[in-house]
Design a protein. Structure first.
Length: 276
């Protein structure tokens, strides 16, 4: 079932969004690249209001702000759910918050900061604090799912189990922010195993890939796509398949994923794949 935005997506219309249109969201610190910020805004602005928008990996609110601003401009009924632990180490604060002129104490709690930044859209946002690997979703269909939290095979499988069955064929979009990140090779494997249910729309910036849900996903398909118990040989085999299936992505990017996994045998959490 083709997605309404598929043809439009090819022309990357989000790149034409002027900075002033997103000025309020731009005041919120983010780890996103500029084009990714534009993409988030554009995707949210083009939602139909047929389901929730979910942001997995809110941090201090940057990605959520661009989604919220786009939703506000959409004119459609909407509600945005942001998930995170809402904690940040001293290193993370120094790297991502201090350069934005944000003075923080030694407290790791950044939920009050996220709430402050997201205050302009607070009426239509629910922030969920906790471990994403323990969350459950019971709020119905999801129209736009942004994943920036699948930092392990366990998390990738758990997110898929909770949210993918709620995606609407022909309507819902899945944004894998770290699809080509070298420390998360299981994402490409998971999506190869679910190729019957998703159509890739394209690569945005360096690592982000957007997929359209084309078919309802059941428990059997999710079980078959689970990555947590796959051995290295199976993961590597699926990565080679991904390089063939996703021909719009340079093959060198999949070689990077393969080499990372080979250099770190048995690694199933992002921080474990730092060597090589």
């Amino acid at each position: 079932m083709p997605h309404a935005l598929a043809e439009e997506f090819t022309n990357a219309p989000w790149r034409q969004i002027p900075a002033e249109q997103m000025a309020l969201a731009a005041s919120v610190p983010t780890m996103l690249r500029r084009e990714e910020c534009q993409l988030y805004y554009w995707l949210a602005k083009n939602t139909r209001g047929t389901g929730a928008v979910v942001d997995l990996g809110t941090f201090a609110g940057g990605s959520t702000a661009y989604l919220a601003a786009g939703l506000a401009a959409s004119g459609a009924p909407h509600h945005l759910h942001g998930y995170d632990r809402f904690t940040a180490s001293q290193e993370a604060r120094a790297l991502h918050l201090s350069p934005n002129g944000i003075s923080l104490t030694d407290q790791e709690d950044i939920l009050p900061l996220a709430q402050k930044f997201l205050a302009p859209w607070a009426e239509n946002i629910t922030l969920h604090r906790g471990e994403i690997g323990e969350l459950t979703w019971e709020s119905g269909p999801v129209e736009l799912l942004v994943v920036d939290a699948a930092k392990s095979t366990h998390l990738a499988d758990h997110i898929a189990a909770q949210f993918f069955p709620q995606l609407i064929p022909g309507v819902s979009l899945l944004v894998h922010q770290d699809f080509l990140h070298k420390q998360q090779p299981w994402l490409a494997v998971q999506m190869v195993r679910l190729a019957e249910y998703f159509t890739p729309l394209g690569l945005v910036a360096r690592d982000c890939v957007v997929f359209a849900c084309t078919k309802a996903i059941g428990a059997e398909a999710l079980a078959a796509a689970a990555t947590v118990d796959m051995d290295d040989d199976k993961l590597l085999s699926h990565l080679r398949t991904a390089a063939k299936i996703y021909d719009f992505i340079p093959k060198e990017r999949f070689k990077e994923l393969i080499n990372k996994l080979r250099a770190n045998p048995g690694a199933r959490v992002a921080w474990q794949l730092w060597q090589g």
